[in-house]
Design a protein around this ligand. Structure first.
Ligand code: SAM
Length: 282
């Protein structure tokens, strides 16, 4: 016997969108995925979701939400700021036998970890305009998540996964790779979306490391990377002047004439730990 999937028998997404007047708004970064083949592939990239609670940010008309309900996830909590989309997800929730909850809120102002107990994951096709600040916020307490499977514009995905020495390597990549194992999982061309964006997109997977920095160390890493990459053409002894410059670098065993993009994650880790220790001793 085949068990019907929760999304079987639902009206096509284009009809749902038209019925609710959900014309895409640029200010909300609305580019919708309507192809169930693509949304199923994204849901599959998150791995086995049995027993996991999933937070989806920005479900829009619910294409990815439908795919998530078709997995073994225990529960899906969808956070959406657009009232029109909230109404659509509310209809879907009414058919989902308690497995879907919709929260009308701005994800930038919400602590997502309060929405469901662990084990939990974030899976989302993020609005381009707030994707980076949302990710940095989640990295601050990333131990709360089993995994994050997130779609960004392709250039942001490249920055998250960039290796030292590459053109895309910078603050975002250091923060992400310092706290998580990061991988580029899937490329998605503009034509897959309605309406199509001007840029390509990519799905990134982030699996938190077992050891995580405390809040003070994370703040120190934000300060060190902001200073180092804020003036990336400068030698580190100049760029890190306000944080101790040559003396900090000498204690870390790093040549002050190097530039930020040549430092690997372990070297940045060393600088952040020294910065915390020096700040505590001051
Ligand atoms: C790129 S669309 C993705 C929609 C849907 N997940 C899909 O794949 O078709 C981004 C969604 O995020 C929502 N959104 C934008 N800013 C948001 C915010 N600050 N908090 C919550 N949702 C937001 C938009 O309304 C939109 O539904």
């Amino acid at each position: 016997m085949t068990i019907p999937s929760p999304s079987q028998g639902l009206e096509p997404l284009r009809e749902t969108i038209a019925r609710h007047g959900l014309d895409a708004r640029k200010a909300l970064g609305q580019h919708f995925l309507l192809d169930p083949g693509i949304t199923a592939r994204i849901a599959a990239l998150a791995g086995d979701l049995s027993g996991q609670n999933v937070v989806e940010v920005g479900p829009g008309p619910g294409g990815l939400t439908r795919a998530l309900l078709d997995t073994a996830a225990a529960r899906v909590v969808a956070v959406e700021v657009d009232t029109r989309a909230v109404a659509i997800i509310g209809e879907l929730a009414a058919r989902a036998e308690g497995r879907l909850e919709v929260v009308e809120a701005d994800a930038m102002r919400l602590d997502l970890t309060t929405l469901c107990p662990a084990p939990r994951q974030v899976i989302a096709n993020l609005p381009y305009n707030v994707g980076t600040p949302l990710l940095v916020g989640w990295l601050r307490q990333v131990a709360a998540w089993t995994r994050l499977t997130l779609m960004f514009q392709h250039e942001v995905a490249e920055r998250i996964c960039a290796a030292p020495g590459s053109a895309h390597y910078g603050r975002l990549g250091v923060l992400a790779q310092w706290t998580c194992r990061c991988g580029m999982l899937m490329h998605i061309p503009p034509g897959a979306f309605s309406p199509p964006p001007k840029v390509h997109s990519a799905v990134v997977g982030l699996i938190p490391h077992a050891d995580q920095p405390d809040a003070a160390l994370f703040r120190a890493m934000e300060q060190v990377t902001a200073a180092a990459f804020g003036q990336r053409r400068k030698m580190l002894r100049g760029a890190l002047k306000a944080l101790g410059g040559e003396s900090l670098l000498a204690e870390a065993g790093i040549d002050g004439s190097r530039r930020a993009e040549t430092l690997d994650i372990a070297e940045f880790d060393c600088l952040a730990r020294l910065h915390v220790r020096r700040a505590a001793a001051a």
